[in-house]
Design a binder for this molecule. Structure first.
Ligand code: FMN
Length: 329
């Protein structure tokens, strides 16, 4: 069993990554249904939360059925981070996660996200400000370093642990890599094998299949794996990995019917959470992902994009189900 503070997770948990505009409650609910063990909100700006920006507050919505769930915050100002951790505490998540990995310019410029990888003193001050202002366990998600010359994850991991962080997720890329190149998990292995490190170390970056998950688990010795892009439009990945770990068998891919049902479920939960029209507009980013690699989907995609109500969606789903019933997938 893995523990983060007093949160108990199964041996080798699979985590759903925090992803802006993706890891919202409807998507998290699907991932939970398909086996995610710990999930995070989209990142939330500490300054936005304090200004009470509606969008930031909405990101604080969490539901009991998704526990354990963490809320992720970012920011470059100690006071704002401490205060936003207090605000986060009011909605009672299981943990607070600090984002020290976001490579995007508008975040980095404010000394937030991966910006602190160039200023470890600031990183530790921000971390302590959060740890001291909440009774919730605090975790961190970060990258290897600013760039290849500045890889400092070993020092960062030790200092974060000393500052009171209860688990660390490492996205095995530098800030300079953004999302390009391959993630280098050798650094995760090195941190995990540092005898001074006692907190759980979760590996992140490029895991998109059960085979890769098993290979990385065995090779890099981390305490669990966090999955981001591999789960977008494919929430089945969590149980597929678990099944492979347990039996060595690859589960059959979801059928067209499974995919249509998942889209319908996702849309229904989005409509409940955001309102029907907005929920369905925001579903648009997901269709291609749910049907990745499925032949002849183009026409149905166009039809899905024109849908504004669940009733209209049911029409497109019925048509697609009818069309694909002659195919063996
Ligand atoms: C659309 C998108 C949004 C993301 N938003 C966040 C975020 O809000 N917070 C964060 O820590 N990382 C964010 N990330 C990074 C992911 O959490 C993850 O570290 C990265 O995608 C690498 O993992 P993967 O290869 O499994 O996708 C985002 C990534 C994507 C693709």
């Amino acid at each position: 069993m893995i523990k983060i503070g007093n949160i108990e997770l199964p041996e080798f948990p699979l985590l759903l990554a925090p992803m802006e505009d993706v890891s919202d409650p409807p998507f998290r609910r699907l991932c939970k249904m398909h086996g995610a063990d710990l999930m995070y909100s989209e990142f939330i700006s500490s300054e936005g939360l304090i200004r009470d920006a509606m969008k930031s507050r909405k990101k604080l919505d969490i539901f009991d059925y998704e526990r354990p769930v963490g809320i992720q915050i970012f920011g470059g100002d100690e006071e704002a981070m401490a205060l936003s951790a207090k605000i986060v505490e009011t909605v009672e998540p299981d943990l607070v996660d600090i984002n020290f990995g976001c490579p995007v310019k508008k975040v980095v410029c404010k000394g937030a996200g991966a910006g602190v990888l160039k200023d470890i003193d600031l990183m530790i001050k921000l971390t302590k400000a959060v740890v001291n202002s909440t009774h919730l366990p605090v975790t961190v998600k970060t990258r290897l370093g600013w760039d290849t010359e500045g890889i400092n994850i070993m020092e960062v991991a030790e200092k974060l642990q000393d500052a009171g962080v209860k688990a660390l997720t490492i996205h095995a890329r530098t800030r300079a890599q953004m999302y390009k190149g391959e993630a280098d998990w050798n650094y995760i292995h090195a941190v995990k094998n540092n005898p001074n490190i006692e907190i759980p170390i979760f590996g992140n970056g490029d895991v998109d299949s059960p085979q890769k998950a098993l290979e990385y688990k065995q090779k890099y010795d981390c305490d669990g794996i966090m999955i981001g892009r591999g789960a977008i439009g494919y929430p089945w990945i969590f149980n597929e990995i678990k099944h492979f770990f347990e039996t060595g068998e690859i589960l059959p891919e979801p059928t067209i019917t499974d995919r249509l049902l998942a889209v319908r479920q996702h849309a229904e939960w989005s409509a409940e959470w955001k309102g029907e029209r907005l929920g369905l507009i925001e579903m648009r980013q997901h269709y291609s992902n749910y049907f990745r690699g499925i032949p002849h989907f183009k026409d149905f995609r166009r039809k899905f994009l024109e849908v504004f109500t669940l009733g209209e969606m049911d029409g497109v789903i019925a048509e697609a189900a009818d069309f694909y019933k002659e195919f063996s997938y």
